[in-house]
Design a binder for this molecule. Sequence first.
Ligand code: HDE
Length: 699
Amino acid sequence: MPPARQPNQSAPTTVSPTGVGHEGPKDGRDPRAQAGDALTTPNGVRIPDSDHSLKAGPRGPVLLEDFHLREKIMHFDHERIPERVVHARGAGAHGVFTANGAAAKVTRAAVLAEKGLETPVFVRFSTVLGSRGSADTVRDTRGFATKFYTKEGTWDLVGNNMPVFFIQDAIKFPDIIHAGKPHPDREIPQAQSAHDTFWDFVTLHTEATHHTIWNMSDRGIPRSYRTMEGFGVHTFRLVNADRETCLVKFHWKPRLGVHSLTWEEAQIAAGVDPDFHRRDLYDAIEAGAFPEWDLGIQVFPDTPEETFEGIDLLDPTKIVPEELAPVQVIGTMVLTGNPTNFFAETEQVAFHTGHLVPGIEGTNDPLLQGRNFSYLDTQLTRLGGPNFTQIPINRPHAPVNDNTRDGFHQHGIHTGQAPYTPNSVDAGSPFPSDWSEGGYVNVPRAVSGEVGRSAPASFDDHFSQPAMFYASLTSVEQQHVADAYTFELGKCYEQSIKERALTVLAKIDADLCARVAAGLGLPAPSPEPVEHGESPALRQIKPEPFPIEGRIVGVVAGPGADLKGIAKLREALEAEGALLRVIAPHGGQLVDGSDVEIVERTFATGRSIEFDAIVVADGAPKDGDFRALVMLQEAFRHLKAVGAWGDGVEVLQAAGVDVEAPGVLTGEKSDKTLATGLIAALGMHRAWERTPLVSASLV
Ligand code: HDE
């Protein structure tokens, strides 16, 4: 028998060479990675010159004894690690999650249950298909992965910005990804779903229809990571202190609302600023406009059928409409810190659906169960071995005392002689913990069934929810969906794939099918409507305004512009957390007596896509510079608020902007009325009522 643990007996713990142990620095950063001011080799030897190789005379040859040269080049040669096979392109941030206590009834996990408990988090947002260097604004699903460094161990919620997935069984994941990635012969197109193999797959595997229509909606081109919802997608099982269970779906609700780019903006941004979302997240956090999300759960009884109102909770291609099961807020996450080092943190962070803490369990969703294998396995190639939880960003903030040993990149200097349990050599340590001691004890569940490669009959319904999704959207959003299908299918070469896609659309909505068919120049197949409900909660265009923190207003100015008016507008915007940037024909400063404005964008470096609204100042140049005019035309076409004060109106008119159109704000002066109007317009994201005036150019 191993000796029993005594109350204050200290267990042998893992010690890392940095001295911080497995517990890790609280913010995931290791201040001791580098120390001192002197330039050294990786071995800490001070060196006088890192620019010239050691040579025999100034003309060489280079000497083999130059250990500094060899170390420097050797390390450089191995700086790259394999990019993620999916979700390679991303951006991360540190923050805090605070539970509001509402989940105490349903889970024992302190991170969710303990009112007021603050848990550090690291979040990584990503696109799915593109390579590490691809553009941020492509049409794609976005990853939304959160690592909670809880006091009971690390919990990862590895979600997306869409609540459903393409496939119902993990075994098909390599297939859908092969179909979405660039063609293997030419390796094009990069970060695009608008090509034959993607559409071939999703029309042959019609379980993908629901996720595909979400991709074709505005959700596929978010305005910002800060304005995306997040979803756990799968159903999870929560366990409370009395070991009662319920089933839940996780939702992240952004405080700023859900907003998207227009398709034209997304395309321009992909060229003009491929880092659009990464920059937006970084800049917002630097500016103190900390992004915030409420975490909510939809709660369902844990019945043997694992269904709710007839919806199969194990089917990851289905949602439960919020009208049937409201999202109950259980806490809030705020992102307050940018990474110190992109590689060390954002690149090396390793999420895993199997990183669970007591009180949170998975379910039999076959997609989730496959993921539980994949996320561990993939790190072996990506991070080079099994010790990736010792990398600072991945270190748990709970004490670690495991019996794993050795392996590549082992940082721990383990003490003790008996890395096995039970033992009598190391005084029995480490000791197992049961449920009452905070151990992860799975809820007992009966399992039975015949072995076979099959799926439940309910998994065969592929169309009722995509039809519900489309029917629930506003007419503007529906038009965007039709435009997106028309664009993507229009990029396919194979006629049969386009025709097959139309037969799928005929089951979703006859009008959608007809619009896309017309755009492709093909006959629309006969409608085959399926029964479906409606869920207005799915709309992202809402009648109420949202906060405008981190929104950016560009002011077109130049020498002689009304600098006092600009300052006044900035003051009003900053009071709401928004930013103002001056755009002028040249860089430097604009000066008028004691008034000075720094020019942050010139007509050469600025483009409409980085502004949520553009206003022309009184006194701005009237020379018809086409770059300023294009900026205003684009902003108008993209339904953004545009405006002018004083003679700035002439510039608007020169750009062909209809000053009577919705969302166009003009005034004599930069006064309170102009500022209030602008703030209200920004809160609505876009002047949707302007759509009919510009729709031809959006198609
Ligand atoms: Fe992933 N997924 N996935 N996925 N996934 C990865 O893990 C995988 C799925 C998601 O920022 C990989 O560490 C399989 C659904 C995000 O680091 C890999 C299946 C959802 C991220 C992997 C899925 C996701 C990943 C690649 C089908 C939303 C980025 C690198 C069963 C709920 C995490 C890595 C980050 C990353 C496998 C399906 C979200 C290969 C096999 C469904 C946000 O393990």
